[in-house]
Design a protein around this ligand. Structure first.
Ligand code: FRU
Length: 549
């Protein structure tokens, strides 16, 4: 995988310990972009520390491989060129001399081409991801920060990973934005652009991008800030963190995930913060001093709160509040208090968690766009989990009152090309035609089916029921769903299949769900309709492009 020459540009400081003569530390001068580190999931985690001039530069947990690594992870050393670092490790030391620097990450040649790499969803090069953080549009770029463990495919070392995109579809990964510090690890949060320099971090006419995040440590969770003057590439943590420490007030460690936005009518900032059993509202004029205002119980983690026009009419709006599970309430908001008027409801279920919407969308494009974490394992890969497709959220009047609806953003259309289209077929005829379809790795299929006999029917992919509609109990893949027309026997499903995930949007986004792609072992059926005498009114198959070059 690598040459011995590349590997040992390290000068080794031998420190013998009583059990072995292995080095407990190595030191090297950084001349290349990346430091590659071997990982084995069977090793226990040890703490690795980088020191520069005897001062700690970073510290993280890693399962350094003793023998053959399962995979390699990397540190981006762009900011440390020319510096001499000492690496200490308190775990098993055999892997230490295998660490090497290079201008490529280990495995670069197969990057994004790995067997289980999602082809049109964002996933990270190496390591673990969970919640999307700090979603913001700024100067032509969409920023996706995310909960990230750069050093292992499991949750640990919480940091803010960072990727940018011009279309929310093609992403470029940038160096880690926020790394753990002496206060703790970097949990979820949000970003704003401080155009009016309310916090005083701006430089000339460059407004600061400011991140609000929770710092987690064994004792508590506190709210902190950092700012960037170069479009999120480098960050300075505020020297008076924390901004909020509310553990004592709530008699709870669970105080986290600040969501900050500007509230124009009140001319102030708003922070929605999950505290113990619900979402609290705080306000501020300068982003540094925050005043507690109110609390809505019944939500857990990762708040969002935003205003949406009703049926597209900007003169009539309502506010939507949701938590990590994406169950939501609709209500009114006066800048200090959210008053629920309906809910809770759900519009999406399945692998989605901890979704967040983009802030700072331009006036000419005021869409409310959400990205959710897809809790989808990527077996055998040096990375784990993914982001779901960005979707546009709207508020629509339905038979049940106002409800959220979610469809993939129009930018996703570039990914798909219509390959086949049939209409008015029996399920048997449709199945016959589908047998000829061999491109079933990544694709999209849109179908309108009509049931005529009780009780359940749908579509399966290699034996996995990706659509399972039971008209007796009104269950769609086990979740209650009743179409807009109460007596309708018809259902339209727009299904996005990627290598490891499936997202399904029902009836134009009235309801959606997502799942791990799990073919039944040995099943060769491909895409097939099943159930009691359904009619396939329409079916369109699309090929799907990869977002990776
Ligand atoms: C939700 C969550 C957040 C927290 C983060 C830590 O998935 O538990 O509440 O900030 O993950 O990674």
């Amino acid at each position: 995988m690598k040459s011995a020459l590349k590997r040992i540009a390290l000068s080794v400081l031998i420190v013998s310990n009583s059990c072995s003569l292995l080095a407990q530390s190595v030191s090297l001068t950084i001349t290349k972009r990346y430091l590659n580190l071997p990982v084995s999931q069977t090793q226990d985690r040890g703490t690795m520390q980088f020191l520069i001039n005897n001062k700690p530069e970073r510290s993280f947990k890693i399962r350094l491989a003793v023998d053959k690594p399962d995979y390699w992870v990397f540190c981006d050393m762009a900011a440390l060129q020319g510096k001499t670092i000492t690496i200490n490790y308190d775990g098993k030391l055999e892997g230490l001399p295998k660490i090497y620097q290079d201008d490529k990450i280990a495995g670069q040649d197969s990057l994004y081409k790995e067997k289980n790499r999602p082809q049109y969803h964002f996933s990270t090069r190496r390591g673990w991801i969970n919640d999307p953080n700090g979603l913001i549009f700024y100067e032509g770029e969409y920023h996706l920060f995310y909960q990230h463990n750069p050093y292992e495919r499991e949750w640990e070392n919480m940091s803010w990973g960072h990727a940018v995109s011009k279309d929310m579809i093609h992403w470029e990964e940038l160096p880690t934005a926020l790394s753990p510090d002496s206060l703790g690890t970097m949990f979820s949060g949000s970003t704003v652009i401080d155009y009016a320099n309310t916090a005083g971090f701006n430089k000339g006419n460059v407004p600061a991008m400011i991140a609000f995040f929770t710092v987690d440590n064994p004792e508590k969770q506190i709210q902190c800030m950092a700012y960037s003057l170069d479009k999120g590439r480098t960050w300075t943590k505020y020297d008076r963190n924390p901004l909020i420490d509310s553990k004592a007030k709530w008699d709870s460690k669970d105080t986290r995930d600040p969501r900050v936005f500007w509230y124009t009518p009140g001319n102030h900032w708003v922070m929605v913060l999950n505290e113990r059993d619900g979402h609290s509202i705080y306000t501020s004029k300068n982003l540094k001093e925050w005043t507690y205002e109110s609390h809505v119980t019944g939500f857990w983690e990762c708040p969002d709160l935003f205003e949406l026009p009703i049926d597209g009419d900007k003169s009539k709006t309502k506010w939507v509040m949701y938590g990590a599970s994406t169950t939501y309430m609709i209500g009114s908001f006066d800048g200090k208090t959210f008053t629920p008027e309906s809910g809770k409801h759900y519009y999406t279920t399945g692998t989605i968690y901890a979704a967040q919407t983009f802030g700072n969308m331009p006036e000419r494009d005021p869409r409310r766009i959400q990205i959710g974490w897809g809790r989808v394992p990527q077996p055998g890969m040096p990375f784990n989990h993914m982001m779901l497709l960005p979707t546009e959220l709207t508020l629509r009047t339905t038979k049940n009152g106002l409800r959220l609806s979610s469809v993939p953003v129009k930018e996703t259309e570039q990914l798909f090309e219509q390959a086949q289209h049939w209409s008015s077929l029996s399920a048997e005829e449709a199945n016959e035609k589908l047998k000829s379809v061999n491109q079933l790795d990544q694709f999209r299929v849109k179908a309108t089916l009509q049931l005529s006999h009780a009780t359940s029917a749908g579509l399966s992919l290699f034996g996995q029921r990706i659509l399972d509609y039971d008209l007796n109990s009104n269950l769609l893949n086990k979740v209650f769903y009743s179409p807009e027309n109460r007596t309708s026997m018809e259902l339209t499903a727009d299904i996005y299949v990627d290598r490891t995930s499936i997202e399904v949007f029902i009836d134009g986004g009235a309801y959606s769900y997502s799942m791990e792609r799990k073919p039944v072992l040995g099943n060769k059926e491909g895409l097939q309709f099943w159930g009691n005498r359904i009619a396939v009114k329409d079916i369109t198959l699309y090929t799907a492009k990869s977002i990776w070059k």
